[in-house]
Design a protein around this ligand. Structure first.
Ligand code: ADP
Ligand code: MG
Length: 242
């Protein structure tokens, strides 16, 4: 079953065309990793998938609902798509607990008690249950990112988008965040992950997509794309990072 689909997706900022007609289909439970040079449009592509960015042309379809249809209630559908950013984006003035319970209380009408129960279960699953009352400023980068993942999961999304979730972390903290993501993937979450962590891509991706200059240049299973890239631009990129 298809969870998320983009069709001929285009995005321009003024004169600059950043996404040049992208077709992507992500199946339920699939883990898709997107790689590519800086400025190739990876973040914009992810942001278009939940309409954090207005699309210039083409379609974004989530669970058979066309998000780009002006009549669509996109807020409702968007709740099914969780997003985790490089910079965590936790609310600094709220405790870990309140960061996690805010959206489900406001948008899902959960009672305070139900929201706290849910938050504790999620904090436990990311190994952060002892930090429920802490404030973000007292946490390490890896801890902040694990809380950010728990916060996204609190809306019970069925797709999770990750935009370079480990790029802002000190090296010793990358592993703890990737471990949480691996567990999510193993539990069957549908995931689209922009990352430079090739170990994660090799191990967890069902499919790797190489983007350059607003196009999907090449895609394949990790062993295929890393082991035997077909396109010269893919080869050049992999030579630089591997
Ligand atoms: P990546 O994530 O692959 O590094 P981005 O999607 O962030 O690439 O950016 C792709 C291109 O779009 C870059 O040239 C960037 O400068 C441009 N861009 C991104 N966001 C905006 C914006 N809000 N306004 C203007 N240009 C933007
Ligand atoms: Mg980016």
């Amino acid at each position: 079953m298809t969870k998320l689909k983009t069709e001929a997706l285009r995005k321009s900022f003024g004169e600059l065309e950043v996404l040049k007609g992208l077709d992507l289909e992500v199946k339920e439970g699939e883990v898709v990793v997107i790689i590519g040079p800086s400025g190739s449009g990876k973040s914009t592509f992810l942001r278009c998938m939940n309409l954090l960015e207005e699309v210039s042309d083409g379609r974004v379809i989530v669970d058979d609902f066309d998000l780009t249809d002006p009549k669509q209630d996109i807020n409702k559908i968007r709740q099914n798509v969780g997003m985790v950013f490089q910079q965590f984006n936790l609310f600094p003035h709220l405790s870990v607990m309140d960061n996690i319970t805010m959206a489900p209380k406001q948008l899902k009408d959960l009672s305070g008690e139900d929201a706290r129960t849910l938050a504790m279960r999620l904090l436990d699953s990311v190994g952060m249950s002892d930090k429920a009352d802490a404030y973000p400023s007292s946490l390490s980068g890896g801890q902040k990112q694990r809380v950010a993942i728990a916060r996204a999961l609190a809306m019970e999304p069925d797709i999770m988008l990750f935009d370079e979730p480990t790029s802002a972390l000190d090296p010793e903290m990358v592993g703890e965040v990737l471990a949480v993501m691996k567990k999510l993937a193993e539990d069957g979450m549908t995931m689209v992950v922009v990352t430079h962590e090739m170990g994660f891509a090799r191990e967890m991706a069902d499919r790797v997509i190489f983007m350059d200059e607003g196009n999907i240049v090449e895609e394949g299973r990790p062993e295929q794309l890393f082991g035997n890239p077909q396109n010269e631009r893919t080869r050049d990129f992999l030579d630089k990072i591997l």
